[in-house]
Write a new protein. Structure first.
Length: 254
């Protein structure tokens, strides 16, 4: 029986686990980092918690006699992805990265792509958006980059944040931020209502891809809001990457 470890936490990881669990020739273990309370659990065996970096993951792969490793974590989970690449190199366990395709700008979109959260914060200050145009006043920002990114944006002068996340951020919550606790999938109607209710001027988001959170992009387009899109980091050199669950299944079974 071949042993498969899926580094998960995404919808793609759950779909992959469900597909592979139906194969009697495979033992599938899904690993969740444990950073989100009450996570959606995949089918089959689940391991929660960290490994202790690349060395800890390599030791676990060896101890559990894992045959193949699939990194199906969030496209912005840089630390886990780097650990997976290092552990694969150290143990010889083949590694595949499963990454859903990123979003693409379409007609009517007003996107500005940046390479990091800090670059997004700098752009907010330098452009000084107000009601869709550069002008003095407070910029009201729809921030959907996760609770851990809040400290990057909280100190910005002249910026008010509607920060949405699944779990509460570490206290204290900045005075210029209102934290909305919610979990996708979201609807276009709901995102329109948020934009109207909070009089939002600009959306800041990560290029996570997928359909669960595209509603905010549609609502921003309709409202004429600019979008600051943080580009995803590239995978480590030499790591094979696929963009569909079907391709990952074929790789594991092959």
């Amino acid at each position: 029986m071949r042993r498969v470890l899926i580094l998960g936490g995404t919808a793609e990881a759950r779909a992959l686990a469900a597909e592979l669990a139906a194969d009697p020739a495979l033992r599938v273990v899904s690993s969740l980092a444990g950073r989100v309370s009450n996570p959606r659990l995949p089918v089959g065996e689940v391991r929660e918690g960290g490994f202790g970096g690349a060395e800890g993951l390599a030791a676990w792969l060896t101890r559990e006699r894992i045959d193949v490793l699939v990194d199906a974590t969030h496209p912005f989970a840089e630390r886990m992805t780097a650990s997976a690449a290092a552990a694969s190199a150290a143990t010889g366990v083949p590694l595949l990265a499963l990454r859903r395709p990123g979003w693409r700008e379409g007609p009517g979109d007003d996107w500005l792509r940046v390479g990091s959260l800090h670059a997004a914060a700098d752009l907010l200050v330098s452009r000084g958006w107000r009601a869709g145009a550069a002008a003095p006043g407070v910029v009201r920002v729809f921030l959907t980059t996760g609770r851990r990114s809040l400290p990057v944006f909280a100190p910005l002068p002249g910026v008010w944040l509607l920060a949405r996340s699944v779990d509460p951020p570490e206290p204290p919550v900045p005075a210029n931020a209102y934290v909305l606790l919610d979990r996708g999938p979201y609807t276009v109607e709901g995102e329109r209502a948020l934009i109207r209710e909070h009089r939002l001027d600009v959306l800041v988001t990560k290029d996570s891809g997928g359909r669960m959170t595209t509603a905010k992009l549609v609502a921003a387009r309709e409202a004429g809001l600019p979008v600051i899109m943080v580009d995803r980091p590239p995978p480590p050199p030499g790591v094979r990457t696929v963009d569909s669950v079907a391709a990952a299944v074929a790789w594991v079974q092959g």
